[in-house]
Design a protein around this ligand. Structure first.
Ligand SMILES: [Zn+2]
Length: 176
């Protein structure tokens, strides 16, 4: 078992067959990615590399969490991250990614930086609509103060906004 914090799978010199690499994603992982909207998290990543004579198969297993914020009340919450992903690596003249599960790398490469792949797999785990408070009945995951303010604003809106009054009138009419 090879331990590394550099997120590199060094495949040259390895015997044919399976080899396991363990990585630990932490805050510093996201800091290095300027474009990452995620800045906090802890994800254990296991990569099993199956080295074959002309290609490689990489099996990723992720388990952990990243810090996200609720779309509704903006409270931070831990988004669970888990998943298994398989990538085929072939050798060619240049770097290429013909599809989501195939990577082409130059023949003279001896290692593969998997940080970008791991980042993509983590992103796949984050739902587009992040409203954990909708799922927790007592809103325990959400910021209660913000929710209270939101509720009050909504109530005020209903009272004062003529559009809401009009919509409610139409709604009532449809009921009849
Ligand atoms: Zn919320």
């Amino acid at each position: 078992m090879e331990k590394s914090s550099a997120f590199k799978v060094q495949f040259s010199g390895l015997k044919l067959g399976k080899h396991q690499f363990d990585f630990a994603v932490d805050d510093s992982f996201f800091e290095k990615l300027d474009y990452s909207p995620i800045s906090k998290g802890e994800v254990e990543v296991t990569v099993v590399l199956d080295k074959k004579s002309t290609m490689m198969v990489l099996d990723f297993e992720l388990n952990g969490w990243v810090m996200e914020s609720c779309d509704r009340c903006t409270a931070d919450y831990r988004q669970h991250v888990t998943g298994e992903h398989q990538i085929y690596v072939k050798f060619g003249d240049d770097f290429d990614e013909p599809d989501d599960s195939l990577l082409v790398i130059p023949r003279d490469e001896f290692e593969l930086d998997v940080s970008q792949l791991i980042y993509e797999f983590i992103q796949l785990n984050v739902p587009l609509r992040k409203i954990p408070c909708e799922e927790s009945e007592d809103n325990s995951m959400c910021d209660k103060d913000t929710l209270k303010v939101l509720k009050e604003a909504e109530a005020d809106d209903n009272k004062n906004n003529p559009l809401w009054a009009e919509l409610n009138r139409i709604k009532d009419q449809l009921k009849d």
